[in-house]
Design a protein around this ligand. Structure first.
Ligand code: PSV
Ligand code: MN
Ligand code: MN
Length: 388
C-alpha cells in the first residue's frame, strides 16, 4: 500500500522550472505566428511566469536564455522575480545564432572564435552570480554536415578544453549541466550527440558537471527511462528539459504525444530518489508554443508533469519488488500499469486545495482576466529567438 500523505507531500514540494522563451513568440523556420499580448522584455516574461505559478503552485523558478533575455541589470531582474514569488533558475547559453559560429563555437578550428565562445560562457557564469542561479545549462549546435569536414577527435579535444575552463570558473554552489542532442542543426556529426558523450565529459570535469536529458533529443525508439535510471545511479542526472515530440525536436507540450513515456521516466525518477530536493534533479520545461496560447499551454504542461509524477508515486514499490524477485513478469507489469491507469486528477485537486490554490489551474487562469489584460496593455511582443 502506498502512503497517500507522503505522495501528497512529494507533489507539493516538486518544483517545475518554466523557460522564459516559452512565453515569447516562437515558430518554426517556416513561419512565426505572432500572438497578441506576448511579453516585450524579460520583466514581462516574469509577470507571465508568476501567473503560471499562481495557478499551479509549483512553478516558481524561471530559466533565462542569454542573450534572448538581455538586460543591463540582472540583480534587478532577480529582485523583480523575488517580488513576484519567483526565483531565476538555469542560465542557458546561446552559441548558435552568431555568424561566427557557422563552423562551430567551442569546437571551431579558429582559436579566436573559440575564445569568443568561451567568453560568452564565462559571461553566463557572471550572470549566474548576479541572479543567484545555480545552474549553467549548455547546449551546443556544434557539429559538421559532411564527412571529412573536420576532425572528430580534435573537435572533442577543443570541447574538453573549453568546458574545463568554464568549469574552473564555477562557484561553490554552481553546476554545469551539459545537454546532448542527436542532430540539428548539424546533420552529419554533432559534437555532443548523446548521453554517453555528455556523461564522459561530465565525468572528467568533476562533481559539479551533470547531464541534462532533453526528452526531444533522441533517436525515435530510444529508451529514455533507461538513460534516466543509469544517470541517477551514477549521480550524474542534473535535470530535464521536458517537452514532447512525434518526430524530431518538436518542443511540444510535455506529455502530449506519449504520456506513458513520461510516466515511465517519472517512475525511474521517483523510485531512485530523484524527487528528493537533495538529489538536485531540475525539472525544467523547454518548449515553444507556436500555435497555442502560451500561458495556458505552460500551465497544462506543468499539470502533465504533475500527473505523471503522481502516477509514478502511486506505484506500489513493495508489490513491484516482490513480483520482480519472484520472477512474476505479468504481476510486475500489472503493478506498474495499475498506477499508470489511476486517475490522479482528484488527488491533484486535493493537493492544490491544501496548497490554498484553485483545484483547477486552467479554470483559475481563465477566470483571472490576465489573458485579456496583456492583450490590451502590451503591443508589439518580441520573438523568443527561434524560427526567425
Ligand atoms: C536545443 O534544441 C535546445 O533544446 C537547447 O536547450 C536550447 O537552449 C533550447 O533548445 C532553446 O529552445
Ligand atoms: Mn533543450
Ligand atoms: Mn531542443
Amino acid at each position: 500500500m502506498t502512503d497517500l500523505s507522503a505522495v501528497k507531500a512529494a507533489l507539493k514540494s516538486q518544483r517545475i522550472e518554466t523557460p522564459s522563451w516559452a512565453y515569447g513568440n516562437s515558430g518554426t523556420r517556416f513561419k512565426v505566428f505572432r500572438q497578441e499580448g506576448v511579453p516585450r522584455n524579460p520583466y514581462e516574461k516574469l509577470d507571465d511566469a508568476a501567473q503560471v505559478h499562481a495557478a499551479t503552485g509549483v512553478a516558481p523558478i524561471v530559466s533565462l536564455h542569454i542573450p534572448w533575455d538581455l538586460t543591463d541589470d540582472y540583480a534587478a531582474l532577480s529582485t523583480y522575480a523575488k517580488e513576484r514569488g519567483l526565483t531565476l533558475g538555469a542560465i542557458n547559453s546561446n552559441l548558435f545564432q552568431d555568424d561566427d559560429y557557422k563552423l562551430g563555437s567551442v569546437a571551431n578550428a579558429d582559436p579566436a572564435i573559440r575564445r569568443k565562445a568561451v567568453d560568452h560562457l564565462l559571461e553566463c557564469v557572471d550572470i549566474m552570480d548576479a541572479t543567484g542561479s545555480h545552474d549553467l545549462k549548455l547546449w551546443f549546435a556544434d557539429g559538421t554536415n559532411y564527412p571529412g569536414q573536420d576532425d572528430i577527435v580534435t573537435r572533442q579535444d577543443r570541447f574538453a578544453e573549453a568546458l574545463a575552463e568554464v568549469y574552473a570558473r564555477l562557484g561553490e554552489d554552481q553546476r554545469m549541466l551539459l545537454e546532448y542532442k542527436l542532430f540539428e542543426p548539424a546533420f552529419y556529426t554533432t559534437d555532443v550527440p548523446d548521453w554517453g558523450t555528455s556523461y564522459a565529459h561530465c565525468l572528467k570535469l568533476g562533481e559539479k558537471a551533470q547531464v541534462v536529458v532533453d526528452t526531444g533529443h533522441h533517436a525515435p525508439g530510444t529508451n529514455i527511462e533507461f538513460i534516466v535510471a543509469f544517470l541517477l545511479r551514477e549521480k550524474k542526472l542534473g535535470g530535464f528539459d521536458f517537452n514532447s515530440r512525434f518526430y524530431a525536436d518538436d518542443d511540444l507540450m510535455v506529455g502530449s504525444a506519449d504520456p506513458f513515456q513520461l510516466f515511465r521516466i517519472m517512475h525511474e525518477v521517483a523510485k531512485n530518489n530523484g524527487l528528493a530536493p537533495e538529489t538536485g534533479v531540475a525539472f525544467m520545461l523547454d518548449q515553444c508554443h507556436n500555435i497555442e496560447a502560451k500561458i495556458p499551454a505552460i500551465i497544462r504542461s506543468v499539470m502533465n508533469v504533475q500527473e505523471a509524477t503522481a502516477k509514478a508515486l502511486l506505484v506500489d514499490l513493495n508489490a513491484l519488488r516482490a513480483a520482480q524477485l519472484a520472477g512474476d513478469v505479468l504481476e510486475a507489469n500489472a503493478v506498474l500499469m495499475d498506477a499508470y491507469n489511476t486517475d490522479v486528477r482528484p488527488l491533484l485537486a486535493e493537493v492544490r486545495t491544501e496548497l490554498g490554490i484553485d483545484p483547477d489551474p486552467m479554470a483559475a487562469y481563465r477566470a483571472s482576466g490576465w489573458a485579456s489584460r496583456i492583450v490590451s496593455e502590451r503591443v508589439g511582443g518580441e520573438q523568443a529567438g527561434w524560427g526567425a
